[in-house]
Design a protein around this ligand. Structure first.
Ligand SMILES: Nc1ncnc2c1ncn2[C@@H]1O[C@H](COP(=O)(O)OP(=O)(O)O)[C@@H](O)[C@H]1O
Ligand SMILES: [Mg+2]
Length: 152
C-alpha cells in the first residue's frame, strides 16, 4: 500500500522498472512526476516501467530525450517524457513547450526536475533515486499537493 510517502529499495534494474509500471497503472491524467537523482541512478529505467503501466505500445523504446528534451508517447494517457539535463536557462522551458504540456492532461515525467524554477509545480509526485551500490537503489516517492490516494 502506498500512501503519502514511501521508500522502496530495488536490487535490480527490473525491480525499478516494475515499480514504475505499478506507478503508471495508478496515475490520474495530468499527473506530473518530478524525477531526481544522479546520472545513472535509474530515472529513465523508472520511466520505461511507467510507460508500460500506461500501456504505451511495446514497439516504443523509451530512452532519455537528451537532444529533443521532450518525447511523446501514446498510451492510456499521453506520456510526455522530459529530460532537463541539458537545459541552460528558464527561457528554454518556453521554447521546448514545457509550460504548455504542464497544462495538458497527459502524464508528464520530468528527469532532472530539480532544474525547474522553485514553486513551479504545485501538485506532483516527487521521485528521488539514491544509488546504494551497483545494483541497489533507494527510491523515495512523495506526493506533494496531491489528493491523498491509496494504492494496492
Ligand atoms: N536497481 C536498479 N534500478 C535501476 N537501474 C539500475 C539498477 N541497478 C543497476 N542499474 C543500472 O543503472 C543504470 C540506470 O540508468 P538510467 O535509468 O538511464 O539512469 P538515469 O536516467 O537516472 O541517468 C542502468 O545502466 C541500469 O542497468
Ligand atoms: Mg535518464
Amino acid at each position: 500500500m502506498i500512501n503519502k510517502q514511501v521508500q522502496i529499495i530495488t536490487n535490480f534494474l527490473d525491480e525499478t522498472r516494475a515499480l514504475g509500471e505499478k506507478t503508471g497503472k495508478h496515475l490520474d491524467p495530468g499527473t506530473v512526476l518530478a524525477l531526481t537523482g544522479d546520472l545513472g541512478s535509474g530515472k529513465t529505467t523508472f520511466v520505461q516501467g511507467l510507460a508500460k503501466g500506461l500501456d504505451v505500445p511495446d514497439n516504443y523504446y523509451i530512452t532519455s530525450p537528451t537532444y529533443t528534451l521532450i518525447n511523446e508517447y501514446p498510451g492510456r494517457y499521453h506520456l510526455f517524457h522530459v529530460d532537463l539535463y541539458r537545459i541552460e536557462n528558464y527561457a528554454d522551458f518556453d521554447d521546448i513547450g514545457l509550460y504548455e504540456i504542464l497544462r495538458s492532461d497527459g502524464i508528464i515525467a520530468i528527469e532532472w526536475a530539480d532544474k525547474l524554477p522553485k514553486n513551479l509545480l504545485l501538485e506532483y509526485l516527487a521521485i528521488h533515486i539514491d544509488i546504494l551500490n551497483n545494483e541497489s537503489r533507494k527510491i523515495s516517492i512523495a506526493a506533494h499537493g496531491l489528493r491523498e490516494k491509496t494504492w494496492d
